[in-house]
Design a protein. Structure first.
Length: 439
């Protein structure tokens, strides 16, 4: 089957190209070709449709490699009242995301091939986009005790993580790293030292917590475990990835380790780049783990993003029910959603704000995560066509009630943004398309 996207600005490593994008049997065959459609585009920008093999008119639109989010909580199996494979991957598709890595805080926790298969079966049945799961590091995802069956799960996972918990025992983490090194899979670490946490901690241990009498979460609880793990990664040679970096100390430690040749990569999330404790309100939609830190931490994250210390941006999409997020900062569960807002808020604030180029944002949200986690697809000749079409000029207001995700808690509700997703393709197939009458 031959498909043609015509008239758009097509992202490539050499810059944006204007022309036709040709897809043959799901594979990108031509980029920026001449009028491969054999005629003029057949529909206008505001009403573009795909029907009966006709060319897809992308005039005025930008065609990007599909975004990749390596930190997503899909909640199924075990917590389908919060999110399902179907709803979570629909949200991904609506956000221009063509591949996600799913986190293992599930029931059953994927700590052996049998438990992992429960999730994989649901993925095969209901996923709209590519989903590659993480297996647990420890049995039951407890962060202590014994290792999960890393060897049995290795052929089916993107790596190993206990996200939501830090691995508390030094010797256990070293054992995990040595085995992951042999299996050629990364350790993907939620860094949190439980010994440095106070019961009831809900936000950063900073000015807001002090002013409002709330229990804080120290920066040290994150960066001390980053420090430990970097030493172990240097010792073992394991590929090591740090989840949701939020502190200036973590950025400095990772920068130093990279200069020393440690095989470390890391991510941060849109909310840490665009918000800090000064933006807090006493609402559950501002509660996540790690918490929003200080303005100085935010500036260090932006610096690390620009200088290459921070390799990629991931959302930590973590849906909960409305009731679970209604208990203000002290009582709400931790976690916000992000699949449908990540690109527009970052494009609006960082690209249009002059902090990053569009090419750099695509690197952080698509190319780097695909490369680091060895995921297929993209927008290169000879690869399976995973792509997203955006209207970079379209302005709209973030409205959680229009989300495809079952989760509604976002700190970006009400923001005026630009960069609306219009269509998403996975393996050359249209998996989502916006009805232009929606807004």
């Amino acid at each position: 089957m031959r498909q043609i996207l015509t008239g758009g600005q097509i992202f490539s490593k050499d810059g944006f190209l204007r022309g036709d994008l040709v897809i043959e049997d799901g594979i990108v065959s031509e980029i920026g070709a001449g009028d491969a459609s054999g005629g003029n585009p057949v529909v206008s920008k505001d009403n573009f449709i795909r029907c009966n093999g006709n060319p897809i008119d992308c005039r005025g639109l930008s065609i990007l490699p599909g975004l990749v989010d390596v930190h997503v909580h899909l909640r199924e199996p075990g917590f389908s009242f919060k999110e399902t494979i179907a709803s979570g991957t629909a949200a991904a598709a609506a956000g221009g995301v063509t591949a996600v890595c799913s986190m293992p805080n599930l029931d059953p926790a994927p700590d052996n091939p049998e438990h992992l298969e429960v999730q994989r079966a649901a993925i095969r049945k209901d996923a709209r986009v590519r989903v590659v799961p993480f297996g647990c590091i420890t049995k039951g995802q407890r962060g202590t005790g014994a290792l999960a069956d890393l060897e049995g799960m290795a052929p089916y996972v993107a790596g190993f993580s206990d996200d939501g918990r830090g691995v508390q025992e030094d010797a256990l983490m070293e054992q995990a790293m040595r085995l992951a090194k042999r299996l050629d899979r990364p350790i993907v670490a939620h860094c949190e030292d439980n010994r440095l946490l106070c019961p009831g901690g809900c936000i950063h241990a900073g000015r807001y917590a002090a002013a409002h009498g709330l229990v804080g979460i120290s920066s040290e609880s994150e960066w001390r475990q980053v420090e430990r793990d970097l030493k172990l990664a240097a010792k073992t040679g394991c590929r090591y990835h740090v989840c949701h970096v939020s502190t200036k100390e973590s950025v400095a430690l990772i920068r130093q380790a990279k200069r020393a040749g440690v095989a470390v990569s890391c991510e941060t999330a849109p909310h840490y780049l665009l918000l800090c404790e000064d933006d807090l309100a006493d609402e559950g939609r501002f509660k996540m783990n790690p918490p929003l830190r200080s303005a100085a931490d935010r500036e260090a994250l932006l610096e690390g993003l620009c200088d290459g210390t921070i390799d990629l941006i991931a959302t930590d999409h973590a849906p909960h029910t409305a009731e679970e997020k209604s208990r203000r900062l002290a009582g709400s569960l931790m976690g916000v959603v992000g699949l449908e807002t990540a690109f527009p808020v970052l494009y609006t604030k960082l690209v249009r704000g002059g902090v990053l180029s569009l090419a750099a944002l695509v690197e952080k949200m698509s190319l780097a995560p695909r490369r680091l986690f060895r995921l297929p697809g993209g927008l290169e000749k000879g690869k399976q066509a995973d792509l997203a079409v955006f209207d970079l000029d379209r302005e709209y207001i973030v409205d959680p009630e229009r989300f495809y995700s079952m989760g509604r808690a976002t700190p970006f509700a009400g923001w005026r943004v630009r960069g609306e997703s219009r269509m998403t393709m996975v393996k050359g197939e249209v998996v989502w398309q916006r009805n232009t009458q929606e807004r």
